[in-house]
Design a protein around this ligand. Structure first.
Ligand SMILES: Nc1nc2c(ncn2[C@@H]2O[C@H](COP(=O)(O)OP(=O)(O)OP(=O)(O)O)[C@@H](O)[C@H]2O)c(=O)[nH]1
Ligand SMILES: [Mg+2]
Length: 405
């Protein structure tokens, strides 16, 4: 697969293009990519599924641009298309909102989207598509009055001219100015390592590990540690002791799979700090303080509680699957066999999770950070505690307070 050499989508800046049907969204993605990325036609509802296009945009870097089905699609399938558009909204780090209509319908739908993004602190690039009938100054003023003046930008663009390099540059520059300042600064390993550190990775390659390759969080962590000028040593749990005996000094940091936490903790040198990939990703991709707080609610579960497990991978269930098998088993053993544990996978996640007493999210390595944060916000809005696999296992095995975060 060619993806081995490219940035995984989960680590790319997600830019979503939104607006009503026939407003010129697909024309706009084609203008930005300079290619026939999406089908354009005068028929409303042409784009029926979001189109995800990975590309490098200077000076933004690795991005995914998403063309979406229009809002206010009144066809039979409109409802389902809207769901897909909402999912793209949940993933967007930056939003592009296309305004193109006459004044008879107004822009209520667009303003609604604008307020959703404002609530999520997502910068919005408002584009007035230069259809003749909206070339009016008062429309510009109306849109301006709804925008967040510190963060949003308004541009007038002719989306219908694929070779329009001047407008393409204008869009590119506007987007790069709008990019969240801290976007590129986050490290998976945070401030847990310094240049020159020796870091030991303990990675059991058991039945759950995919055949002949490392999983994404491991690959990314190794790459980052090398970039940060650390020495990285890898081993499996059964070889931990022999590996340690080879080392002249104790590693400053040991990172392991959450399932091997307990064993590694019992065998590690006293002055080596310990964490897990899952906890690192909880901080990198989610909200570690909320997850840690959420883990305290595990102790309040009873047999009558409802727990939701959200797994992002859609792989066929394995016999000892951590989300599908291990965590439910650990919880039922402790709180009773009747404990209700529901499972969602992929991008399925309830709009309103308020019926649950606890949500346990996977590491989220396949999702971009913004999408995981949208889920966390939904849990917060519904007043439901949320945690993740690694934090849960650490809590259940009694070592949550022994991990460095
Ligand atoms: N005059 C003019 N026409 C445009 C412009 N942008 C798009 N169009 C036309 O408007 C129609 C709709 O454009 P699309 O890009 O398919 O619109 P869309 O928002 O993707 O529509 P859906 O996929 O149906 O939601 C096409 O016939 C385009 O050629 C523009 O800037 N000026
Ligand atoms: Mg379209």
């Amino acid at each position: 697969m060619g993806e081995l050499n490219t940035t995984p989508n989960a680590n790319r800046l997600h830019i979503g293009i939104f607006g009503r049907t026939n407003s010129g969204k697909s024309s706009l993605i084609n203008l930005i990519t300079g290619q026939n990325t999406s089908i354009v036609s005068e028929v409303p509802g042409t784009t029926t599924d979001p189109v995800y296009k990975a590309m490098e945009i200077n000076p933004l870097g690795a991005c995914v641009i998403i063309d979406t089905p229009g809002i206010e699609d009144n066809t039979v399938l409109g409802e389902q298309r809207l769901e897909k558009t909402k999912l793209a909204m949940d993933k967007a780090d930056l939003a592009v909102l296309v305004f193109a209509d006459n004044e008879t319908t107004g822009f209520d739908g667009e303003y609604e989207l604008l307020s959703v993004f404002h609530k999520r602190n997502i910068p919005v690039l408002c584009i007035i598509n230069s259809f003749d009938n909206i070339d009016k100054a008062d429309i510009k003023d109306k849109i301006l009055s709804r925008m967040n003046e510190n963060r949003d930008v308004l541009l007038k663009v002719n989306c219908n001219a694929p070779g329009n390099a001047a407008d393409r540059d204008k869009i590119r520059m506007a987007l790069s100015k709008m990019m969240p300042e801290d976007y590129d600064e986050a490290f998976i390993t945070g401030d847990l390592v310094r240049e020159g550190d020796l870091v030991l990775l303990v990675m059991p390659q058991d039945i759950q590990a995919p055949k002949r390759r490392l999983i994404l969080p491991q690959v990314q962590t190794i790459r980052e540690l090398l970039d940060r000028k650390c020495t990285v040593v890898s081993t499996t749990t059964d070889k931990l002791e022999v590996t340690l005996s080879y080392l002249r000094e104790a590693p400053q940091l040991i990172i392991t799979d959450s399932q091997a936490f307990k064993t590694v903790y019992e065998h590690k040198p006293a002055n080596s700090r310990l964490t897990s990939f899952s906890v690192l990703f909880a901080a990198y991709k989610g909200d570690l303080p909320y997850y840690t707080e959420g883990a305290r609610f595990i102790d309040r579960l009873t047999e009558a509680s409802r727990v939701l497990i959200a797994e992002c991978c859609t792989h066929a269930p394995l016999t000892e699957d951590i989300g599908r098998v291990k965590i439910p088993r650990m919880l039922r053993k402790r709180f009773g066999e009747k404990l209700q544990v529901d499972m969602v996978s992929g991008t399925d996640f309830p709009e309103d999770p308020s019926g649950y007493d606890l949500i346990i999210q996977c590491g989220g390595c396949m999702f971009n950070r913004q999408y995981v944060l949208t889920r966390i916000q939904r849990a917060k809005d519904a007043g439901v505690p949320m945690t993740n696999y690694g934090v849960t296992i650490a809590h259940l095995t009694g070592i949550l307070d022994k991990i460095v975060m």
